[in-house]
Design a protein around this ligand. Structure first.
Ligand SMILES: C[S@@+](CC[C@H](N)C(=O)[O-])C[C@H]1O[C@@H](n2cnc3c(N)ncnc32)[C@H](O)[C@@H]1O
Length: 359
């Protein structure tokens, strides 16, 4: 049994069942043995691969998106770019190539020492921080690709008797799911959707709500914007919890600390949260729409014109994987937020201005 599994079992023995979010928090970010602290999650030796490592066009398009804002802002010298969860550094290094020497300030917020080493090799003059509260207070553009899905999620289920929370308990020394009438489930009982049927599950990601509030406050105080890409939905999909090891789905309770446990991002909830925090909200749109609108095909053509046949094929397959609707094009979505003084970004179908309030 892993050290982390023993730690979780001990906690349950002492305190009783823990919520799914508490379980995920320990499994992913425990300071010594959490998945994101000790494992190399990404790449050929890791558990999954992300868009920047599938195609250089992904990061380059984000670079162009930022370049457009920088030009509209009259080319400020002090704008900083912050990558939230920098992965292998590929994304920020592709962004940096597009922006060349126009923007000088690059920051990555991350907690994984193995990845931080790679990020330092990939990105020139990058500063590292573990927490948003520590970065310099100045106009900032944040990038978050597959970052929001790392936050622990709470799940609730409507049982025959009442609304309960999905928790983790022990059965014969093994971790199992159970349903508990927690304070949180009691407090949500009156707010649940009238369409919810017995055995239906819904998810709330309180941690991402808190994070979006922090980012919104940061850009309102210092000016700026943020763009987020992730897999997720706009209409409740029920239970979206998943665990991945070596590119395969596994049981989320089997091997905490050694598997990536995530849930899909609820884009309606998260953009409503941003609207409540009175920033301008762009999208959500599909990844495919955004990349095509921002000129990903044109970039592909230009790269192909200087590539041999093998490289051409790889470039085409990479972009297709990011944009085809049966691959990442539809499931992955993107939205942006901006402060009032910030210009309108490209690539989105609609904006909700900060004066609009969600009840
Ligand atoms: C799914 S990976 C995405 C990496 C990168 N954005 C990309 O597109 O390749 C999640 C990243 O977030 C980092 N991370 C996870 N939890 C974090 C936390 N609580 N604070 C800061 N970074 C975190 C991980 O170490 C990893 O670099």
């Amino acid at each position: 049994m892993t050290i982390l599994k023993s730690k979780i079992k001990k906690t349950i023995e002492e305190m009783g069942p823990i919520s799914l979010a508490e379980f995920m928090k320990i499994a992913l970010t425990d300071t010594k043995n959490g998945y994101y602290r000790k494992k190399m999650p990404l790449g050929s030796k890791g558990d999954f691969i992300t868009s920047p490592d599938i195609s250089q066009i992904f990061g380059e398009i984000i670079g162009i998106w930022i370049l457009d804002l920088w030009i509209k802002l009259n080319k400020p010298k002090d704008l900083q770019i912050v990558d939230l969860g920098g992965g292998r550094g590929t994304l920020l290094s592709d962004v940096q190539r597009v922006l060349k020497n126009k923007i000088q300030n690059y920051i990555i917020i991350d907690i994984n020492n193995e990845l931080i080493k790679l990020q330092k090799q990939a990105v020139e003059n990058v500063l590292h921080f573990e927490n948003l509260r520590d970065i310099p207070r100045k106009p900032t553009i944040f990038i978050g690709n597959e970052f929001l899905d790392t936050f622990p999620v709470n799940q609730f289920i409507l049982t025959e008797s009442c609304l309960k929370e999905v928790c983790i308990n022990l059965d014969n020394e093994e971790l199992i799911f159970c349903h508990q009438r927690t304070n949180l489930s009691k407090s949500l009982s009156d707010k649940k959707s009238p369409e919810l049927k017995v055995n239906d599950i819904f998810e709330i990601n309180f941690e991402s709500r808190k994070f979006i509030k922090k980012i919104s406050n940061f850009i309102k105080e210092n000016d700026g914007g943020a763009i987020f890409f992730d897999y997720g939905y706009t209409v409740n999909k029920g239970d979206t919890l998943q665990a991945i090891k070596k590119n395969k789905f596994v049981n989320p309770l089997d091997d905490p600390g050694n598997v990536d446990i995530t849930s899909h991002v609820d884009f309606t909830d998260i953009t409503n949260q941003a609207k409540k925090n009175m920033v301008n909200v762009w999208g959500p749109d599909t990844q495919s729409f955004f990349l095509e609108k921002m000129g990903a095909r044109e970039r592909l053509n230009s790269l192909e014109s200087v590539s041999d046949d093998r490289a051409k094929e790889e470039l085409r397959l990479g972009l297709n994987r990011l944009t085809n609707n049966d691959q990442m094009g539809e499931l992955f979505k993107v939205f942006a937020i901006t402060s009032d003084k910030f210009p309108s970004p490209e690539g989105f179908t609609c904006v909700t201005r900060s004066t609009y309030r969600v009840e």
